[in-house]
Design a binder for this molecule. Structure first.
Ligand SMILES: *Cc1c(COP(=O)(O)O)cnc(C)c1O
Length: 811
């Protein structure tokens, strides 16, 4: 397959418009043109996908199956055109046909099938797996509604449904003939036949899983993988007799019950939702996925005995953990294997990545719910649990440790322990996080099976997060680091290091940032009617709203700055603009209060003439991938200030670094590895280390003492109680910090303990900014040393050390 010329694209688009919409290019609107673009590129990718899969089959290559309840894909048009090598041609073809390419691209909705970092990671890895020519498929649910759209109304978050598929479905290829049945509930019947005990599940309900495939093109290769999204349908045809009796609603009841499974993404980030619908979603997509993998394997090899040699099932956190009992079910019930052989194959096929140490995020299911909904899978899970417990008891001879490592205990099924028992490998997502897993969270299991535990630090797709979104910087990198080679070799970014004292280069870098800031300011004006001051430091914290991420610490510091400005209008030498973007889980009341506080403070500062041209706070509505793509190139300061030990890795931190923003951060998650390559001199580190934070929490932390002792902090916290010009008091947050509430300890995330160190880090940052040459040299070094955080490096590590599959080389 050769790439399209501009002319060929024009013809293909024109034909698509006529065939699909019955219109000429002159008659078509932008939305129709967007869909035509998607269809033309989808056709090209589908052809490549067929060829890739044919070759995979023919050479009997081992396949990676990446299961994730979330894929935060964002937009695809620019990405696919870029990877297919036709982006300039597509833009030109659109202009020739009378369209503004930018306007057409801007119409594409984000495919927001994820909450935050975990889902975006899965999307970045899909790109790298294709680019590295690894035969791989992603699996998830084809949610009708993705992550909600956030509106800010009177300072508060309002959630609106995200019906992305109207336009977004142009990328999807439904394959109804490949549908699978997934069974829930019912009872088990056991019988002997041919010397085997057979177990069948009878009664209950069946849901049809219909695959909708999205092709994933690699960069600079024809290798094309796919993301398989399962849609849920009722297998029963609508009952026409009820229809004719006028019982319309009843006739469609089954359909509605089945389809609710794929209706909506759960909007909780780093928080488990113990709802039966969530468990149904998990089993629905896992069962359909394992069935389709097993059937394909049987069709190819005629036996399941070599399944683990030809397949690896990577699970993104515990959400798809049911693959373990489901694969066992298929090996036992369908392939007729004995337990030991089935267990050997399963434990050599499944690998588990942990994404959090927060207790409230570790998934647990009530045994009764599990048993009722999934009777056969429960039987198998109970047997896995029994055998694992026996093994642990023999090893530890200590009931406390047996309890800690158990898969089922006290009527609760613990998914992380299931993954450790049934997985071949367990990895964390940054060096620090993996150490915490080994030494604390999974300490006992690790003592028993240390060889299972490893680390793969996260990475981001540097083609998307640098080259595509920041063309100015891409140009500079190409000029200094040997052209476009870095796109396939992210470590080539390191060549920029040599220019850290080259004034001409630093001036260019600074001009690029300035232009990006102006562009973002124009966008913010158009979208949100805010006027950003491009002379100010763009100091940014964008990520999900969560107390452990400490957006509130950022706010406390801004209040302190504001109060200093009240005392001395000349206290701020360099104007500062603080930008926030964050969605709060709709049920997370404290997170929503913090959003409101940010907006109250923004309003106060906005109306205070003392702050004019000096201090500004802006809450950016509806933070999502496409907004991040505009914001990263314009950012100068990256706030990565989680309580040490709580953020598993972070990936936002890496996107900022690649775009030359300097980090103000704690030694948490991947910030530790950023510090390893940057040193103290190229970032602004502050605060408690993870062992210190853990010790302080353990040994009795008294935030009230800090409040009593530190007059700056005292005054800041009092301002929360008083509130701002909109008259809203934040005494609830004040009390939560000083006294705790609803069973939460006072200042659980140690904001007050880190407050003065944080203010000091911000001060050091502002001083560094005052010396542009020093700042730009630091910025250049950040870009130069960000290559290690490319997803290509991370995926290559998975391929080499965990999946054992060959891949195209990256450095
Ligand atoms: C990268 C990204 C995240 C993850 O950000 P963290 O700072 O690592 O939590 C969340 N949301 C979106 C839209 C992203 O692009």
């Amino acid at each position: 397959m050769t790439a399209f010329t501009t002319r060929e694209l024009e013809d293909a688009l024109t034909r698509k418009l006529m065939i699909n919409f019955g219109k000429t290019a002159e008659e078509a609107g932008e939305t129709e043109m967007l869909r035509a673009c998607a269809l033309v590129l989808r056709d090209a990718m589908a052809l490549r996908g067929v060829e890739t899969r044919r070759e995979t089959r023919q050479k009997e290559k081992k396949k990676v199956h990446y299961l994730s309840l979330e894929f935060l894909m964002g937009r695809s048009l620019q990405k696919n055109a870029y990877n297919l090598g036709v982006l300039p041609q597509l833009k030109e073809a659109l202009e020739h046909l009378g369209f503004q390419a930018g306007d057409v691209f801007e119409l594409e909705p984000d495919a927001g099938l994820g909450n935050g970092g975990l889902g975006r990671l899965a999307a970045c890895y899909l790109d790298s797996m294709s680019t590295l020519e690894i035969p791989a498929t992603g699996y998830s649910i084809c949610y009708e509604l993705g992550i909600f759209k956030q509106k800010i109304v009177e300072g508060q978050q309002v959630e609106l449904p995200d019906a992305w598929k109207g336009i977004g479905s142009a990328w999807l290829l439904p394959k109804p003939e490949e549908a699978r049945q997934v069974r829930f509930g019912g009872t088990l019947r056991e019988f002997w036949n041919d010397g085997h005990l057979h177990i069948v599940q009878e009664g209950g309900t069946t849901v049809l899983a219909v695959p909708c495939d999205m092709e994933i093109a690699g960069y600079n290769t024809s290798h094309t993988n796919k993301l398989r999204l399962w849609d849920a349908k009722s297998p029963k045809p609508v009952d026409m007799s009820l229809y004719s009796k006028g019982e319309y609603l009843k006739a469609t009841e089954d359909e509605a019950m089945a389809e609710v499974i794929a209706k909506v993404l759960y909007p909780d980030d780093n928080h488990e939702e113990g709802k039966s619908l969530r468990l149904k979603q998990q089993y629905f997509f896992v069962s359909a996925t394992v069935q389709s993998i097993a059937e394909e394997h049987m069709a190819e090899f005629g036996t399941m005995a070599n399944f683990h040699e030809k397949n690896v099932l990577q699970i993104n956190d515990t959400h798809p953990a049911l693959v373990i009992p489901e694969l066992m079910r298929i090996l036992l019930d369908d392939a007729g294997m004995g337990w030991d052989r089935a267990w050997e194959i399963t434990t050599q096929s499944v690998t588990y990545t942990n994404h959090t140490v927060l207790a409230e995020a570790l998934e647990k299911w009530p045994q009764a719910l599990f048993e009722r909904l999934l009777p056969r899978v429960w039987q198998i899970t109970a047997e896995i649990a029994r055998r694992w417990e026996e093994q642990c008891r023999a090893y530890f001879r200590d009931e406390e440790k047996v309890r800690d490592t158990a898969v089922v205990w006290d009527g609760v099924v613990r998914m992380a322990n299931l993954c450790i028992a049934g997985g071949m490998r367990v990895n964390g997502v940054s060096a620090l996080h993996s150490e915490i897993l080994k030494n604390e969270v999974f300490q006992n299991a690790c003592a028993m099976e240390p060889e299972k535990f490893t680390n793969v630090t996260n990475g981001v797709d540097h083609r998307r997060w640098l080259a595509e979104i920041n063309p100015g910087l891409h140009g500079l990198v190409c000029d200094l680091a040997g052209g476009e080679a870095y796109l396939m070799d992210p470590q080539a970014l390191g060549r920029l290091d040599a220019y850290a004292d080259d004034r001409e280069v630093l001036r260019r870098l600074s001009d690029i940032k300035r232009r990006n800031k102006e562009e973002f300011a124009a966008y913010a004006k158009q979208q949100q009617c805010v006027l950003l001051n491009p002379d100010a430091i763009f100091d940014v914290q964008v990520k999900r709203l969560h107390e452990y991420k400490r957006q509130l610490l950022n706010v406390l510091h801004i209040i302190a700055l504001y109060q200093r400005l009240q005392d001395d209008p000349n206290a701020i030498a360099r104007p500062r603009t603080f930008l926030f973007g964050a969605k709060a889980a709709p049920g997370y009341a404290v997170a929503k209060r913090i959003i409101r506080l940010i907006n109250s403070l923004a309003d106060q500062i906005d109306h205070d003439p003392i702050c004019s041209g000096k201090l500004q706070v802006v809450f950016l509505e509806n933070y999502r991938v496409s907004l991040a793509e505009r914001l990263m190139p314009a950012s100068e300061v990256s706030q990565q200030i989680s309580t040490a030990g709580k953020e598993a890795s972070g990936t936002g931190n890496m996107k900022f670094m690649m775009n030359g923003a300097l980090t103000v951060g704690t030694l948490d998650g991947a910030n530790v590895e950023m510090h390893d390559v940057l040193g103290d001199e190229n970032m602004f580190l502050f605060g408690l280390r993870s062992n210190e934070a853990a010790a302080l929490s353990r040994e009795g932390y008294l935030p009230q003492r800090l409040y009593a002792r530190d007059p700056v902090l005292h005054r800041v916290l009092d301002a929360l109680k008083t509130g701002f010009r909109d008259g809203v008091s934040y005494e609830d947050l004040y009390r939560r910090l000083l006294f705790g509430d609803h069973g939460a300890p006072a200042d659980e995330y140690l904001l007050l303990a880190d407050f003065s160190a944080y203010c000091d880090a911000e001060k050091r940052m502002a001083e560094a900014y005052a010396d542009p040459e020093r700042w730009n040299a630091m910025s250049l070094r950040n870009i130069a040393r960000s290559g290690v955080f490319a997803a290509d490096r991370a995926v290559a590590e998975y391929a080499d050390r965990i999946w054992h599959v060959p891949h195209r080389k990256v450095r």
